[in-house]
Ligand binder design. Sequence first.
Ligand code: ADP
Ligand code: MG
Length: 473
Amino acid sequence: MIDHDGGGDVAARWARVRGRLRSECGETVYRSWLRSLTLVRCDGSTVVLSVPSRFVRDRVMTQYGDRLRALWAIEDPAVQSVEVTVAQSAAVEVPAGRAMASATAGAGETSDQLEPLELSTPAVFRSNDPTDALSAPLDPRFTFANFVVGKPNELAFAAARRVADSETVPFNPLFLYGGVGLGKTHLMHAIAWNLREKHPQRRMLYMSAEKFMYQFIRALRFKDTVAFKDLFRSVDVLMIDDVQFISGKDSTQEEFFHTFNALVDRNRQVIISADKSPNDLDGLEERLRSRLGWGLVADIHPTTYELRLGILQSKAERLEVSIPSKVLEFLAHKITSNVRELEGALNRIVAHTTLVGRPITIESTQEGLHDLLKSHDRRVTIEEIQRKVASHFNLRITDMHSARRSRSIARPRQIAMYLAKQLTHRSLPEIGRKFGGRDHTTVMHAVKKVDELRAADRHFDEDVDMLRRMLES
Ligand code: ADP
Ligand code: MG
């Protein structure tokens, strides 16, 4: 190893940088991406590290490059750049010194289970403010400008904008909720970007509820809860993503409740996201549930065709590829689950065509997304289920909706409800409605009954299974 001021020093610095990275990123990320980093040399302004593969190098550079540079600069202001090279057996591992041991105190072996961090967001760090280091990285793509507004998300968008633009605290908390992949995290990051730009002096903390729990448990384990409380209570804006994660986790919930109250009492903005409304979040204490609903609760509905098409058009523009509108319409029509899948599909056909070098057509899209479209196509409707089941049992389709309760009709109807639950994404109340406006408890009962009968009666079981397979094929 070559360096400008003695190997021992550089090794100790590197150990500290690693230690900081490790405690900032958590064990899971550290083990997946950062552990294999090896110091090759430091020649004044440039630090050279190596990793075993290009894949790891690309990941490390895009996700943690900025942070590595910043941490080195703290250790040694002369360092201006950090390079990561790929080497099979080039460098010798720097032994972890005492400095490392103290810097990583807290990253215990068990934290693996505690913190499966999201790996997909590029790291962006700004300053040495402790809340900044703790805050999860913001995705540069998640801005208001990149958010396409439509009926399903207009309320959430307007509320997020208001919070981001307002000089005061317009509603506290702002509670955003909606299904997976519909833009909750995107809106929170957009608020954060906006605030950073307009009010860089405001202390802002954005993290997932999971990370909050991890930090809290760590603080408990290392008897550091005073610092933990001080830090969380000192921010001007607190954003906690996916708060459903802490339901059922009693002590974390309790701590969150107190943090939340302390901030709201001091008129600091709190922004929360969850997959359900406060009322529908199971496993939350009543007092927390009710406080979460005190401010503005804004939901994001499933996408409509128009919104999907709008998002595809805006994405395609940004990717600077020309995609025939027929293809975009086709995708908007076929991929209805959520925006994340929609984006994934678009990226795939773009990648596919760039690789093969042919223009994008409906045919090439169908071909490139073969597996995805198949799984979407296979989604059956409740009407199909009712038709199939009715014909199987020689009933009329109206028997599926009727109020008649004779066993010969009620049983097939229960089977149809059961299959509707298994094969569609409809909720119990929605299924009930499609079966002549029945209550969701009736559907629940049907599902339970059919489950019981399947377990008890082999013929019945085979019958239901055959129906299921016919509907799925
Ligand atoms: P959630 O947090 O609700 O699960 P995300 O915010 O992670 O969803 O969104 C999933 C993906 O879809 C992201 O890449 C996001 O940029 C994109 N997305 C969601 N809604 C929109 C929208 N209205 N306009 C543009 N992109 C969107
Ligand atoms: Mg999210």
